[in-house]
Design a protein. Structure first.
Length: 99
């Protein structure tokens, strides 16, 4: 499997975990399980790809293999960006609902 596909899968999974963790941590911005999962996945993939473009070392070793550092970077980047997008979506949802 291509290194790019593996990176994307890692980012998606980390984003889903980050999105659901953010929803569970902040009850006032919870989007529900499906909403947290979707927002987390989108945030994980998008944010992970942006971080990978800004920090090329996250893409993996030059030979195309994955090393531990790049996998950890993908997990942290995808999880954090998934959580951030979930929080933003929850805040926007609450702002719209309060009007």
């Amino acid at each position: 499997m291509s290194g790019t596909i593996v990176n994307l899968i890692i980012q998606l999974v980390a984003g889903v975990i980050g999105g659901n963790a953010a929803g569970a941590s902040f009850k006032n911005i919870d989007l529900g399980t499906l909403g947290n999962t979707i927002a987390g996945a989108i945030g994980g993939a998008g944010g992970g790809q942006i971080l990978q473009a800004l920090i090329p070392a996250l893409a993996g070793a030059a030979g195309g293999g994955l090393d531990v550092g790049s996998v950890i970077g993908q997990l942290v980047g995808g999880g954090a960006s998934g959580a951030i997008l979930t929080v933003i979506a929850g805040v926007v949802k609450n702002m719209i609902a309060s009007k």
